[in-house]
Design a binder for this molecule. Structure first.
Ligand code: HEC
Ligand code: HEC
Length: 249
């Protein structure tokens, strides 16, 4: 038996000396089954059911390392620009082919209605004429490039304007880090959402954020009258920067 330990082998020798071989074999076999079974026969315990990995369909998609749009830009230039165009407007050289209609990432109407976890799924497993990058890029690289793509709907200038608005208006409740721990937050009964929680953010749409910001919700005030549309969009675009590092350009 392969799973007999040295100790058990020693017993075999002792037993075969004292009793008839047949009896010894019988006892040893039953011992081996008993001890072997109890000790798991030296086998490793069965691994627990495999948890779904982020790239598997149906799994929750969120980055575990803060994505860098700057790192993503380099990947974008070499792998995506040919179809999606140098600035993400969906106008790369191959876009002229009639069957290809690469997404336009500067189209705010499209982007503001998308969930980042769905876009990540498309980059991972492909979508229609869009190739899959599951094997060509690591999970981290796919998040980096996706956030570069995501940042095409805004600009460093708009983000800077958004930051100003955030600091003046939102920081007391939503906190400097977007974690909902501003100085006024302790007095709020409803927990303010955490803009720095990737798991939460990947399932949110900019459009929904904009609606809450415009009309208010529970303890969240309405900014319809105090901020213009553009100002509200700038600050919404800024809230995403709590989960990624924007590219310098
Ligand atoms: C061969 C051309 C091609 C390349 C290369 C390409 N894409 Fe696409 N991409 C497309 C097309 C076509 C679509 C539109 C698919 C559709 O009709 O839904 C698309 C759609 C997308 C979408 C939107 C998906 C959705 O759910 O609506 C994202 C995000 C995206 N691409 C990201 C990327 C990234 C990131 C890269 C580089 C790593 C890349 N693409 C490379 C052709 C391409
Ligand atoms: C008085 C405190 C307070 C201030 C000031 C405030 N918020 Fe909020 N905000 C909240 C609370 C509390 C919620 C959660 C509302 C609820 O319970 O539904 C919230 C929710 C939100 C949401 C919705 C997130 C979701 O779950 O969909 C967004 C977006 C948001 N705030 C953005 C802002 C921005 C941008 C500003 C500044 C212009 C701001 N808030 C100012 C307290 C505040």
């Amino acid at each position: 038996m392969i799973c007999l330990s040295q100790k058990r082998e020693a017993w075999i020798i002792t037993l075969s000396k004292t009793r008839s071989f047949k009896v010894a074999v019988l006892i040893i076999l039953s011992l081996a089954v008993l001890i072997g079974g109890a000790a798991g026969c030296g086998k490793k315990p069965k691994p627990p059911a495999k948890k779904p990995q982020p790239e598997e369909p149906g799994a929750k998609f969120f980055p575990t390392v803060k994505p860098s749009a700057g790192a993503g830009q380099l990947i974008y230039n070499s792998k995506c620009a040919i179809c999606h165009g140098p600035n993400g407007a969906g106008d790369g050289p191959t876009a002229a082919k009639p069957h290809l209609k690469p997404a336009n990432f500067t189209d705010t109407k499209f982007m503001r209605n998308e969930l980042l976890q769905d876009l990540f799924e498309s980059v991972t497993n492909g979508r229609k004429a869009m190739p899959k990058f599951k094997k060509k890029l690591t999970t981290e690289q796919r998040w980096d490039v996706l956030f570069f793509v995501w940042s095409r709907q805004t600009s460093p200038m708009q983000l800077a304007a958004g930051k100003n608005i955030y600091t003046k208006n939102c920081l007391p409740c939503h906190g400097r880090l977007g974690d909902g721990r501003g100085s006024r937050a302790s007095g709020l009964r409803a927990k303010s959402p955490r803009f720095n929680d990737p798991e939460f953010m990947m399932k949110e749409k900019s459009n929904n954020f904009f609606a809450v910001l415009t009309n208010g919700e529970k303890l969240m005030p309405s900014y319809k009258k105090t901020l213009t549309d553009d100002q509200r969009w700038n600050v919404i675009d800024y809230t995403w920067t709590f989960v990624y590092t924007p590219a310098p350009k």
